[in-house]
Design a binder for this molecule. Structure first.
Ligand code: SD4
Length: 332
């Protein structure tokens, strides 16, 4: 059975059971109050992405305008950045780990809550597309390293050298001191996380990165971890993260933002609260690292927030493709 069908079968059973249980526990008067669920008005379509990536949001917007789904849009939007060799934090041209290997992390999540991810993947440019194939064509959620690479070749992805001359040179310069310091904002372009609502009002999201520059060989960040780097709930909204992945993972950041929206917070308030969780930890050295979130709710309201200045969100809505500076916790 394909994974999608497998999920469909199990989740429908789950919904049936849960609904039955809830209704049978309700008195008649409560049932009237609980139903029907009001469908909110949606300001769709729209696309948002981390950092200044107008070419990527442009592509995603075109996909939606020509009838594509939010899932197609986020995949194809992310692919633009993966293929761009000048971006040193995603796909081809990404900065390598401390041993000189470019290793990619990516994930994708659809309107049904299905998801796929690849971690520690080498030699394949379009990690986000491999993640989509993991979601659609395997019974798994995540494939790692050599296994992910082998899967990619088997289904036709080409093998490529991802280390460009520019990134190799930067690594060689880094090796002189070999100091590990997370870079706060890489030229306003970093991990790309993208969220979209299509013409049907359905949500999807994706995230793709070469991870932190000069990381230890084998290190995996937040970006491919569902709930940390990305979370989508088609009933509520979606969130995607960028910055120091270790800090995002420790607070399960994207899931937290979506849950805060479920409790009634706006996307902006939810992003702010998730950043507060990080900076208010005892002994947090947040002055030395960046984390940023962007979020959208089902109604198409958006939010973005970061620890430091310099983070931004690109937003394509109503034929306008704009880069908007995010507000931030530290006000220098
Ligand atoms: C990681 N979150 O690997 C990624 C890197 C990133 O802005 O987003 N940098 O931890």
């Amino acid at each position: 059975m394909k994974r999608r069908n497998f999920i469909k079968a199990t989740s429908l059973t789950g919904v049936g059971l849960a609904t039955g249980a809830t209704l049978s526990a309700c008195k008649d008067s409560e049932k009237e109050k609980a139903l029907p669920i009001k469908t909110p008005e949606v300001t769709a379509p729209l696309v948002i992405a981390t950092w200044n990536v107008k070419n990527a949001t442009q592509k995603a917007w075109e996909v939606i305008q020509t009838g594509g789904s939010a899932l197609d849009a986020v995949e194809q939007g992310c692919m633009v950045e993966e293929a761009d060799e000048t971006g040193q934090s995603v796909g081809k041209g990404g900065l390598p780990d401390r041993d000189g290997h470019v290793t990619l992390d990516a994930c994708i999540m659809d309107k049904h809550g299905n998801c796929g991810s690849v971690v520690f993947l080498e030699h394949v440019v379009h990690a986000v597309s491999v993640a989509r194939k993991v979601m659609e064509d395997t019974p798994h959620v995540m494939l790692a390293g050599k296994g992910a690479e082998q899967f990619a070749y088997e289904i036709g992805f080409p093998k490529e050298n991802l280390l460009t001359e520019a990134s190799k040179k930067a690594w060689e310069e880094w090796k002189v001191k070999s100091e590990y310091k997370p870079i706060i904002n890489i030229e306003n372009h970093d991990t790309i996380g993208m969220l979209a609502i299509d013409k049907n009002g359905d949500l999807s999201g994706a995230c793709t990165t070469s991870g932190l520059a000069y990381k230890m060989h084998g290190r995996v960040g937040d970006s491919p971890i569902i709930g940390s780097g990305l979370f989508v709930d088609n009933e509520i909204g979606a969130c995607v993260a960028t910055g120091l992945g270790e800090e995002v993972v420790k607070t399960v950041g994207s899931f937290l933002v979506v849950e805060l929206m479920r409790q009634g917070k706006s996307p902006q308030e939810a992003c702010e609260e998730a950043i507060r969780r990080i900076v208010s930890k005892p002994n947090s050295n947040f002055k030395d690292f960046q984390v940023g979130y962007i979020a959208v709710n089902k109604q198409g309201e958006t939010g973005s927030y970061a620890i430091h200045k310099g983070f931004s969100m690109t937003k394509f809505q109503k034929d306008r493709n704009e880069n908007l500076e995010a507000t931030h916790y530290i006000n220098e």
